[in-house]
Design a protein around this ligand. Sequence first.
Ligand code: A3P
Ligand code: MG
Ligand code: MG
Ligand code: MG
Length: 345
Amino acid sequence: MALYQKEVEMGCRAVRLAALLCQTVQRRLLAEETAAKSDKSPVTVADYGSQALVSWALQTALPPGETLSLVAEEDSEDLRTESGAAMLQRITQLVNEAIKAEDGAQPAPGPLTPEDVATAIDRGLSNGGPLGRHWVLDPIDGTKGFMRGEQYAVALGLLDEGEVVLGILGCPNLPMASISVPGGVMAAATSGQPVGCLFAARKGCGATVEPMDCSLPPQKVSVSKVSDPAWASFCESYESAHSLQDLTANIARVLGVTSPPVRIDSQAKYGAMARGDAAIYLRFPHLGYREKIWDHCAGAMVIQEAGGVVVDAAGRPLDFSKDSAARGTAPLRKLHFSRGSDIPS
Ligand SMILES: Nc1ncnc2c1ncn2[C@@H]1O[C@H](COP(=O)(O)O)[C@@H](OP(=O)(O)O)[C@H]1O
Ligand SMILES: [Mg+2]
Ligand SMILES: [Mg+2]
Ligand SMILES: [Mg+2]
């Protein structure tokens, strides 16, 4: 079997399963399904449920005795408190429903308990690092977009000896049709093509996209061939708190970019760019913010395998292998992306 083929299959199944749960929650998003983490960022039952499902699906796909190493965004600390118990119950119900909907059966030896779900979530507490294999998960990237009913991604990468070897992005609300059309996402969503994309990239093997609903086979994607910035469009965060939009507007102006920025949430941006919907992604966090590896690992791999380049503001490649006390963080201060390295930093 081709290198990492089994891992791509494991990862795609895990991401599809998690996306199923996210779609269920987004359809009936209720106030009690969200909470605020200690850093005040939002988290929903779907963030936790997605992480539990991916962790469970990957662990059960491994040979008996092999332990999963997972670096993931969420942990069960708040769910294990008295006030978190009801949320953990709800997550457990959603997780069991998703497993049943996929398989038509509950997992042996029976439905997962709240303790099983909390344990699955906490399998994501690995430090990662340069040695061995580590899966890297953002169970919902773009939680704010998810809560608005807009773009989000289930983002799963795999590090092997410090190198990213695969990236999978489930983007349930991203249309299969290009969003670089007048009317953007809304117009693409009503074009008749399916909504919901699964991007997968394996080191050295290119990147593909297929509908989340499996209605079409995977097809190769490649980044935009536009080389004149006047014809390029650039994308950035929807949230101005996540990137200095005045700075990116200035950079775009200096480059001669004429079209307005495409602002969407999450690593769906990397997916959209991998198939050429935009040519440049600029991201400059506010001073003091440290990027997390799960926010870029899968997306950067998809871009790289689609023929693009992802670098920091100094033009250096991103390093996802830093094993750090501040779990999951890597020194990715300011990020920018382009087909070449011609953007001033
Ligand atoms: N002040 C900040 N600056 C930059 N990124 C931030 C930020 N606060 C949160 N983020 C990150 O931005 C991610 C969303 O990316 P985008 O802005 O492209 O939609 C969030 O992922 P989560 O939604 O997984 O928490 C979060 O990790
Ligand atoms: Mg978050
Ligand atoms: Mg994220
Ligand atoms: Mg997240």
